[in-house]
Design a binder for this molecule. Structure first.
Ligand code: AMP
Ligand code: MG
Length: 396
């Protein structure tokens, strides 16, 4: 069986970037800008005041200086500051020609139309110089995926549309004769399809565009037909279920029949039976059916693959050391990803099981804010010992 790291390396091998598309600024949240965006103006494009106060020449301190007028933010036709005078100035207003410093209101004393200021004053105080934030021609290093501050940077240089990586379309196929979509009555022996909605959300969160398709029957012909169709319509096909060794598990054989099967079975818990290959050049990942297995293997293998298509490295998660608060057994020598709740403890973090660790026990995954990585070969996470935690949720 392949290790998690070997399997991930194979899955990421030869991944192709999606092409670029241009979108308006208000659609940029969470998107990945194509590198090489350059500023075409200085920001600010003129020297301006950082405070409400008085613009003057530092050499004229302490005054008193006659207040010769006012400059408000947004003003284009600037008065010239005559030597030996001051101009009232507002935050963000252009520094008038002749002035070299700003004295904040709090430091100034006004009387009879004159102002006294502290002395000595150094030129440039409380003045935001041209290009103080961004310089013309500078390459912008935007966060990826873009957050509110990145959108602010783009807006500040006047950009209204920007080239981003197209979100890869990811087809999602649940398999199983037992599956019923949420919202419909449950017939005897049936269960609700938890994976398709969950995987669609996980795809979106990773930066992809989910293409939700109806569930696939547990039959070889239906599996072949639906996989071929999905491969033609998407950049990546994710299936869930039907990859194990049961008599009605058809996904692995279908991938091998229709294309090529690159790997099957990974030394991981949960999620051992994952299958990966390609059909007509489209990568196909057969995730295990148990919902916890499906989502944890999505996290470990599909999320980095979707990100790689966007030009992003890694899983985009915080990894940090956390001490186990209790003994958490794992029932195989495989590397385990336990569902835990992290909490601050002193300067570090402690991890506690967030519920039952069975691969169908979704509630523990829902309650978890991290996966605790318990290495190969040991039987349990031991209390007080430190393990790598992958932060997948928020923390109080
Ligand atoms: P399989 O690998 O197809 O045998 O599925 C393993 C287990 O996961 C079985 O108990 C299935 O009923 C369950 N399962 C498979 N797909 C889903 C799904 N989409 N939603 C909820 N449970 C599922
Ligand atoms: Mg099944």
């Amino acid at each position: 069986m392949l290790s998690v790291d070997e399997a991930r390396a194979r899955i990421l091998d030869g991944v192709r970037l999606t092409d670029a598309e241009e979108i308006p600024l208000d659609r940029c949240l969470g998107r990945v800008a194509v590198p090489g965006v350059r500023a075409e103006i200085d920001v600010p494009s003129f020297a301006n005041s950082a405070m409400d106060g008085f613009a003057l020449r530092a050499a004229d301190a302490p005054g008193p200086l006659p207040i010769a007028g006012e400059v408000a933010a947004g003003r284009g036709d600037l008065p010239v500051l005559a030597p030996g005078t001051a101009l009232r100035i507002m935050t963000g207003a252009p520094l008038p020609p002749g002035a070299d410093t700003v004295v904040p209101l709090e430091e100034a004393t006004e009387a009879d139309g004159q102002v006294r200021v502290p002395a000595p004053l150094s030129p440039g105080r409380h003045v935001r110089g041209q290009g103080h934030d961004t310089r013309f021609g500078e390459e912008l290093l935007l966060g990826a995926p873009m957050a509110a501050a990145d959108i602010a940077v783009l807006a500040s240089i006047g950009v209204a549309r920007i080239a981003v990586r197209r979100r890869p379309v990811v087809a999602i196929l649940s398999t199983g004769d037992e599956l019923v979509p949420p919202g419909e009555p449950l017939r005897p022996g049936a269960i609700y399809d938890a994976n398709a909605p969950a995987l669609a959300a996980a795809v979106r969160d990773a930066g992809g565009e989910p293409l939700a398709l109806p569930p696939v029957r547990d039959a070889a012909d239906d599996t072949d037909e639906r996989l071929r169709d999905a491969a033609a319509r998407a950049r990546l096909v994710l299936t869930s279920g039907g990859v194990s060794v049961g008599r009605h598990d058809h996904v692995r054989d279908a991938i091998a029949r229709l294309g090529s099967l690159d790997l099957w079975r990974i030394s991981v818990q949960p999620g051992k039976p994952l299958a990966f290959g390609s059909i007509d050049g489209t990568p196909v990942m057969g995730l295990p059916g148990n919902p916890v297995s499906a989502l944890v293997t999505f996290e470990l293998f599909a999320r980095p693959l979707i990100r790689a298509m966007l030009g992003l490295a890694g899983d985009g998660r915080v990894h940090l050391p956390a001490r186990a608060q209790q003994r958490m057994p794992k029932d195989t020598p495989r590397r385990a990803y336990l569902r835990v709740r992290l909490a601050h403890a002193g300067r570090g973090y402690e991890a506690q099981a967030s519920g039952g660790q069975g691969s169908s026990q979704l509630r523990a995954l829902s309650a978890a804010n991290a996966l605790l990585v318990v290495p190969e070969g040991i039987p349990a996470a031991e209390p007080g010992e430190s393990y790598e935690a992958i932060v997948i949720g928020g923390m109080e």
